[in-house]
Structure formats: C-alpha cells, structure tokens
Ligand binder design. Structure first.
Ligand SMILES: Nc1ncnc2c1ncn2[C@@H]1O[C@H](COP(=O)(O)OP(=O)(O)O)[C@@H](O)[C@H]1O
Ligand SMILES: CC(C)(COP(=O)(O)O)[C@@H](O)C(=O)NCCC(=O)O
Ligand SMILES: [K+]
Length: 279
C-alpha cells in the first residue's frame, strides 16, 4: 500500500492506495494540531510500503511525522516546491516559498490539462495559474471561508455554511447576523475567484480550464460561473506525478482525476468582465 498525506493548516488528509491495482482502499482526515501520530483515525502502517507527503504545517509537524514514519515505512517521499518540475516553471521569485500544496495542485492541473487555473479552498483560498507552455504565473492567497468568518468575531463561528446549500440562497442578503456573515464571506470568496479567473485569462489572452479542490470546494463550486471541475484529489495528483510508484502513475495517470472541463471562449470571458464593470 501507498500512503498519501496532505497536511494542511486545518486538516491532515490521508488516503491508502493499492500499489498493484491502483485502487484507493481507504481515506480519512485528522486535525492538524501539534503532530501527526498513528491512532484510531490513521491507517495501519504495517501494510504501508511507501509514503508521499505534502505539508504546509509548521516545520516541526513535518519533521516529527517523517521521523515517526521512517521508523515504520521503508520509503518516505516529501514534496518540495522547486524552480521547475514536470514541465512547469515556478513563478515565485523564491520558488521554495510557494506553498507545496499549491505547487502540487499546479503540477497536477498541468499534467491533466496543460494550462490551468488551480483553486484550493481550504484554510486559505489559493488561486494559481499555469499557462499552456508550463509557465506558472504565481497566484493569489485569500482567507478561506472559516478564517474569514472567525476574523469577524461575531459569535457566529459555530454556524458554518451548510456545504449542501445552493449558491442562490447564499448570495441573498442575510436577515440574521449568522446569515449576513455566511452570505458575506461566501460572496467574497466566489466573487474573488470569478474575478481573478477572468482578469488573468484576459491579461494572458487564454481561457484556461479551472479545477477546484479543498474542504470548501463543493460549496464554492456552486458560485463559480465559468466551467470548472471539482477535483478532491488534486494535491494527491501532484504527489503521484512527482513520485510515481505504480505502472499507471509512471504512465502519467492520477487516481480520481476528473475529465478536463472545456473552458468557455476567451471572448465570452472578456465580455463578462467588461459587462461586470459596465464598460
Ligand atoms: N468536516 C470538516 N471539517 C473541517 N473543516 C471542514 C469540513 N468540511 C469543510 N470544511 C472546511 O474546509 C476547510 C479545511 O479544508 P482543507 O482543504 O482540509 O484545509 P487545509 O488544507 O487548509 O487543512 C475548513 O476551513 C472548513 O472551512
Ligand atoms: C497559502 C497556504 C497557507 C494555504 O494553505 P492551506 O489553506 O491549504 O492550509 C499554504 O500554501 C502556504 O503556507 N503557503 C506558503 C506561502 C505561499 O504560498 O506564498
Ligand atoms: K488552500
């Protein structure tokens, strides 16, 4: 079995992949607190032959996790943001400073679709762009839904947005504090993603396929007007591409990869952008 680990600021997600059949056998998540220790919610390490890790948590969390896993597992691969990988050049002035989850997402998106807009809706919402030739432009970081809400300190933090709510409801004016807050942060997130996408496609003269991942991807997806796909395993896709261990991975296939969404024509994106600014 291969253990894939995606340690975010809020949740540490894992999945167990069968190295022979490429099937995903199980998955789970635990809170990212001080450390990542095998326990009730963590898979049985006795069956694991290799681990691949993407971590944006504190350095100590990663170090402890790696030390612990090295004890029990032969191979431990830790992903790093580099200046270039798999045909993509990192757009950061200091490539190592780009969050490795963003780098994994950008690499997975590029491997799947060529140029892409990779959106990760987790503790933070990040939007990264890779052009069809493989140039990563850099991206945008904004607070995620939960962080935006907590920053208001209005005592509404325990009433989270129902992940099954429809965008139309969430975009209406709220009539209670908790609703006004939830609808406000939702509006902020989806407006930003829609606008960022249109602006960058306009600037670069190319309509890019968009992919969403992260804990809030499904609900954010409903407020995104342009064609896109939700890809829960996008960060894992980057790990598979960087550290291929199975025959399918070596052939460039990523488990759980969606169909590439066909973007709308650039003219339409430009018209919508012009319209939104009443130009
Ligand atoms: N069951 C859940 N538990 C915790 N957070 C959740 C859950 N479902 C959705 N969320 C949302 O997802 C975010 C965490 O998503 P995730 O992509 O795992 O973040 P990160 O990678 O930053 O740890 C939370 O901030 C919250 O808004
Ligand atoms: C922007 C992030 C905090 C997002 O993390 P997440 O929401 O997935 O936990 C993470 O990618 C990070 O720590 N990045 C380093 C800074 C940067 O990318 O510029
Ligand atoms: K994120």
């Amino acid at each position: 079995m291969i253990l894939d680990l995606d340690i975010g600021n809020t949740l540490s997600k894992w999945r167990l992949k069968d190295a022979d059949s490429s099937e995903i056998r199980s998955r789970g998540a635990v809170w990212t607190r001080e450390e990542w220790r095998p326990g009730a919610d963590i898979p049985d390490l006795d069956v694991v032959e290799a681990v691949r890790i993407s971590s944006v948590a504190r350095k100590a969390v990663l170090e402890e996790t790696v030390a612990l896993l090295h004890h029990r597992v032969g191979t431990v691969h830790v992903a790093r943001s580099t200046a270039e990988a798999l045909g993509v050049t990192n757009g950061y002035e200091e490539p190592g400073k780009l969050g490795v989850d963003r780098w994994m997402g950008a690499l997975a998106g590029y491997q799947l679709a060529g140029g892409c807009c990779a959106v990760d809706c987790g503790s933070a919402i990040t939007v990264d762009f890779v052009l069809p030739g493989g140039r990563h432009l850099g991206g945008y970081i904004l607070p995620g839904l939960r962080l935006m809400k907590e920053s208001l300190k209005l005592g509404t933090r325990n009433v989270a947005i129902d992940p099954d709510s429809e965008a139309e409801e969430l975009l209406e004016p709220g009539r209670r504090t908790v609703e006004a807050v939830n609808h406000g942060i939702y509006m902020a997130a989806v407006s930003a993603v829609n606008r960022i996408y249109s602006e960058v496609c306009d600037q670069q003269g190319v309509a890019l396929p968009m992919m969403l991942t992260g804990g809030d991807a499904r609900v954010v997806s409903r407020g995104i007007q342009v064609p896109h796909t939700v890809w829960p395993d996008m960060v894992y896709g980057g790990l598979e591409a960087c550290f291929p261990l199975t025959a399918a991975e070596r052939a460039g296939r990523m488990s759980g990869a969606p169909r590439v969404p066909a973007p709308v024509a650039l003219e339409k994106i430009r018209a919508a952008l012009a319209f939104s600014m009443l130009l």
